[in-house]
Design a binder for this molecule. Structure first.
Ligand code: PHE
Length: 342
């Protein structure tokens, strides 16, 4: 009995000094393992007389149970302590302010396009897109610019093969849409997109830039509708007090054709360096759709009339924000782009 007791005491003492789960496994092996001390006591049973064996066996079993209960309790305590420690060190304060996320913003040209789209969607227009690689037929011929027409020189082009080029303007989307509508439906669209011209890049020229085309075709469309629409556009872009002025011009695909000026937003028309002391700034080209263009795209000019306009997006942005060099839009200097973060 004494041997049992001292074994139990030495076990409990050893247990108190165990703080790691790995050491606990060692202690378990030392006492309860195959060659452990308690197991040896079990084996000693065979040396006893049959009468002594039941009582002895009971004792050993009891000891074994006590030790393994103590072992399990200690194991649980160690585990709890480990979790507590982990919780204490990994604690996070959810009330602390978070890190600022760096959020991108849309490009200034996208912002201008979207604001013009918003205006025209509000006026009942649809947005159309066309390919940047375009056929000579749609970019020129069906816009009343046959091969060898001198006005082709107005738009120096990048040809891919004799019949294919990078579109020089968004006007081919006029042709595509009229052909799609089949000559019998009214058309009311704007078409934003990239265009390309064989220009040497400098402060005011870029071989790639953006335009927004507008086209309305219906049975009672007049120049007054064009004028009212462009006035609304000028006021949306440059402020509610703006007026516009139309000057005669020439485009092969419109007749009559006009150049449209907006009253200077800087000097209110009295004359300053922005408007070169004229009180007006040129913002776009427009006109009534030429009979030949209507005909070539399947609309009868005796029944339908239309107006069209083309806006240069960079030019609008440069005027609106006083940007002096068109190359800023395409050279991705973050200091420039960030000025227009919304
Ligand atoms: N396509 C012309 C250009 O790029 C602009 C324009 C469009 C003029 C529609 C009149 C009508 O210069």
């Amino acid at each position: 009995m004494e041997a049992f007791d001292s074994l139990k005491q030495s076990f409990l003492k050893a247990l108190e000094t165990v703080f790691k789960e790995a050491e606990l496994a060692e202690l378990k092996a030392e006492y309860l393992g195959k060659k452990g001390k308690v197991t040896q006591l079990m084996q000693a049973m065979k040396d006893l007389s049959p009468e002594e064996r039941p009582a002895y066996g009971q004792k050993v079993n009891q000891l074994k149970n006590e030790l393994s209960d103590a072992l399990n309790a200690h194991k649980e305590a160690l585990e709890n302590a480990r979790i507590e420690a982990q919780l204490a060190t990994e604690k996070i304060d959810v009330t602390l302010p978070g890190h600022d996320m760096s959020v991108g913003s849309s490009h200034i040209l996208t912002q201008i396009v979207e604001s013009i789209e918003d205006l025209f969607i509000g006026l009942g227009y649809q947005i159309k897109e066309g390919p940047e690689i375009e056929s000579d037929e749609y970019n020129f011929e069906k816009l009343n610019l046959p091969k060898n027409h001198p006005a082709r020189d107005m738009q120096d082009s990048f040809y891919i093969d004799p019949n294919t080029l990078l579109r020089t303007h968004t006007s081919p989307v006029q042709v595509r849409t009229m052909l799609e509508y089949g000559g019998s439906k009214p058309v009311k669209i704007i078409c934003p997109g990239k265009v390309y011209r064989r220009d040497d890049d400098d402060a005011t020229h870029s071989h790639q830039f953006m335009q927004i085309e507008g086209l309305v075709v219906d049975q009672k469309t007049t120049m007054a509708d064009l004028k009212g629409t462009l006035l609304k556009l000028a006021q949306t872009m440059f402020g509610p007090d703006r007026t516009i002025r139309l000057r005669p011009s020439y485009f092969p695909f419109t007749e009559p054709s006009v150049e449209v000026d907006v009253s200077c937003y800087n000097c209110e028309g009295t004359g300053c360096s922005i408007c070169k002391h004229t009180g007006y700034i040129e913002i776009l080209g427009a006109g009534m759709v030429h009979d030949n263009v209507l005909k070539m795209s399947g609309y009868d000019p005796n029944v339908y009339q239309g107006f069209a306009f083309g806006i240069g997006v960079e030019r609008i942005a440069m005027l609106k924000y006083g940007i002096e060099d068109i190359r800023h839009f395409y050279t991705n200097d973050m200091r420039f782009l960030r000025m227009f973060n919304q």
